[in-house]
Design a protein around this ligand. Structure first.
Ligand code: SF4
Ligand code: SF4
Length: 469
């Protein structure tokens, strides 16, 4: 086989490999992407958003509302604090409505604005493009333009780069941990030996290792291979959703260099600038692709080219599949009507659940063993356990009484348990004693236990007295 034939087969395989996966070489090995940088208008806007988000991420664990953290996901205490309000596992309805609202919001935003999240706010994009790639460019000597460096990095530079990555990943891992343990506990742990808090140290080391793996090695493959959100695009987008799109009606037929007046040619000068800036290595001119994270780099690159060749900007732009096909815009469509209505219903449910959240939970459970016993004085005894959860933000003293029927004696076996700290959760053993006449005939009698906290919030718990017929 001639060299020419070998080259052409290689090119063909390279093209097939690239079509299958933008980060795969013809021989199946990893194609390392070194996107060039296009510092256009969109890149500058995204930079403002990215640095703002980084600052917000670092600051949130340090902020307090009414002495409570703005966000704290305390897994050990099984408490979630959001905007100074604490939720417990018993707040199932509130948590379910909250999660549903987040999910519907994501679906709604995607239906309208496409992958705005991926390009503008996803931590993977934000940290990769505005923190770690600039570090690469600094060490590779390609500051301000990116792309392939003229020479490979030397050993010392490579080590220095890895050390900077490690320090940043450790800092981010500590910040991440602060969302789960709070800044006070984290500060205390940082000052003590890792052997005193081995599990916290292991979590921090694990998160650091995962971040190092992601930002140093895995990179854009997180978006193109691992992230499930990208895979759901085909169901979440419709033809009217905003996407970053190339306009083939204006750009094709593409042609390089000067065009003779007689040859019809589109505006695309086939300069490949939109491809070399792409952080996921795709060619936007091939149409809507799952790998596109809507980072807008190709818009900036192409606008720059259009400006230089004296053509109007916007050959690649924020558009929609319908707009590119010259179909009219439709603001109201099934998704943009149904999703907001659904979101409104879920948010109303959330507001109702938060508004009706009582200061405490109380549940009466029957004691184990025989349904009743007869005491030495001939009375009937029923035993119970009362589950009490203080969901208020203050300590509470609870009082119990049997409101119906009359002449029933209540005995709290551990009355010190009736004083509960915020978030406190106890099981209190109770005995109820009454005359056998109360259950004569049916063997049971309806009764009500009233539980009241220090702020006059009350739960009436119906139960049955069980005794001889
Ligand atoms: S940057 Fe614009 S002109 Fe250049 S290849 Fe891409 S679409 Fe065509
Ligand atoms: S195609 Fe354009 S918008 Fe999509 S990821 Fe590549 S550069 Fe970003």
């Amino acid at each position: 086989m001639s060299n020419h034939e070998t080259d052409s087969i290689h090119d063909e395989w390279a093209s097939v490999a690239h079509d299958v996966l933008s980060t795969m070489e013809a021989d199946g090995s990893r194609r390392w992407l070194r996107p060039r940088l296009s510092m256009g208008d969109w890149w500058k806007k995204r930079r403002v958003v990215a640095y703002l988000l980084m600052v917000v991420f670092v600051l949130i664990p340090h902020l307090r509302i009414g002495g409570k953290p703005v966000v704290l996901m305390d897994l050990v205490a099984r408490q979630l604090t959001v905007l100074g309000k604490t939720f417990y596992p018993t707040d199932t309805l509130i948590l379910a409505f909250g999660m549903l609202a987040v999910f519907i919001s994501i679906v709604l935003v995607t239906a309208i604005a496409g992958r705005a999240w991926c390009g503008w706010a996803c931590p993977q994009t934000v940290y990769m493009e505005y923190l770690f790639r600039p570090i690469d460019r600094f060490f590779e000597g390609t500051v301000g333009r990116g792309g392939k460096p003229k020479a490979e990095m030397g050993g010392m530079r490579s080590i220095a780069r890895i050390v900077v990555y490690l320090l940043l990943c450790m800092f981010l891992a500590h910040t991440f941990l602060a969302y789960f343990v709070g800044t006070d506990r984290l500060a205390q742990w940082v000052r003590t030996s890792p052997f005193e808090n081995p599990s916290a140290f292991l979590v921090m080391a694990g998160v650091t290792a995962l971040m190092m793996f992601d930002f140093l090695y895995f990179r854009e493959q997180m978006c193109t291979l691992a992230c499930p959100y990208g895979r759901f695009q085909s169901v979440m987008l419709d033809e009217q959703s905003k996407i970053v799109a190339y306009d083939p009606g204006r750009g094709e037929p593409r042609a390089k260099g000067k065009r003779p007046a007689a040859t019809p040619a589109g505006d695309c000068v086939d300069c490949h600038q939109c491809v070399v800036v792409c952080p996921t290595g795709i060619d936007i001119r091939n149409g809507l692709q799952m790998e596109c994270v809507n980072c807008t780099q190709c818009i900036d690159a192409c606008d720059n080219v259009m400006e230089r060749v004296g053509l109007p900007k916007g050959l690649i732009r924020y558009s929609s599949q319908d707009e590119i096909a010259r179909k009219p815009k439709k603001l109201f469509r099934a998704r943009t009507i149904a999703y907001p209505l659904l979101l409104l219903a879920v948010l109303s449910g959330f507001a109702w659940a938060v508004g009706s959240k009582a200061g405490f939970d109380a549940r009466l459970l029957r004691g184990k063993g025989a349904p009743f016993s007869i005491t030495a004085t001939g009375n009937v005894n029923n035993s119970f356990r009362l589950r009490l959860v203080n969901r208020s933000s203050e300590p509470q003293q609870y009082t119990l009484s049997v409101v119906t029927p009359e002449n029933v004696t209540l005995e709290v076996l551990q009355d010190d348990l009736l004083m509960l700290p915020p978030g406190g959760n106890v099981l209190i053993p109770l005995n109820v004693e009454f005359l056998p006449i109360q259950t004569r005939g049916s063997g049971n009698k309806a009764a009500v236990l009233s539980v009241q906290d220090g702020q006059d919030r009350k739960h009436d718990l119906p139960f049955k007295l069980l005794g001889p017929r």
